[in-house]
Design a binder for this molecule. Sequence first.
Ligand code: DGY
Length: 332
Amino acid sequence: MTDRPNFFVTYPIPEPGMGSLRAAGLVHVPEEQPSAEELRDACASGDFDVVVAQLSDRFDADLLGAAKLAGISNYAVGYDNIDVPAATGHGILVGNTPGVLTDATADLAMLLILATARRAIEADQFTRSGQFTGWKPELLLGQDVSGATLGLAGFGRIARATAQRAVAFGMEVTFCSHPPAGRTVTDAELADLPYPVRQVGWAELVERSDFLSVHIPLAPSTRHLIGARALAAMKPTAILVNTARGPIVDENALVDTLRNGHLAGAGLDVYEHEPLLAPGLADLPNVVLLPHLGSATTKVRARMAELCAGNAVAIAHGQVPPHCVNPEAVTK
Ligand code: DGY
């Protein structure tokens, strides 16, 4: 480790992130975000102490085995782009940006619930294209949110913030904290929540929800958790919302289910093969498709940059970063 640490920043992060990194060390930003091979070479070169990474940079076991790094600071709360057990095994610390994007992402989940329920995008296109010729009793009718049951897959920070918003909209909120496993939140914890929610099993959540909103991390146990079987078990009037990770939903199965009218709609911010969409998805009128904007507010992205740079600088100084997903890596 030199006095002036070297940071490899795969894509510039907003201020104050870049300024903090430059104040702490030497910053290398490639002209374009590196390919998988370029990333591997940079990590293995021994020229850098820490990589400041984006979700689209993949760190697999092979790359991590070759890497000569003290750590990776991910510009995201999620870290499914990094094989964390492999990083830990090689003594590579991994930092992330929790907490600061909770409200923004919950707002976006609520936006997708409302936009799909009330057909906001279809209606906007209808109006822009000059088809609005006057108020009509049955023009573009949608679904009520108030009184509807919202099922939350997951009950972490973002799910809880979504629950709070949904309750204010008059929704009945149910959740399954670690699908597909059973109940894990204690009655005492539930009683302490400042809003009413009901804990149910995964099957009930899927079958009874009018809106099913996904708030779990991507892991081998959650990949395609919402596949053909779960989609078939949902109410045909239900709407699926995903602001978590695309591969949790089998996107081809979702397109089939929506096409066949076995599901009323979907609001998606994330995709199975991001940035690609499953064939046919964009042709469906009953979907709202956003380009992974959960945390996309100026204030939140700046806070994420602050946390991300703080993690990178701490790792470069030989410390466990303030937001670390594998502090046990230091003992390796
Ligand atoms: C995250 O942080 O994991 C989001 O998906 C992007 O902000």
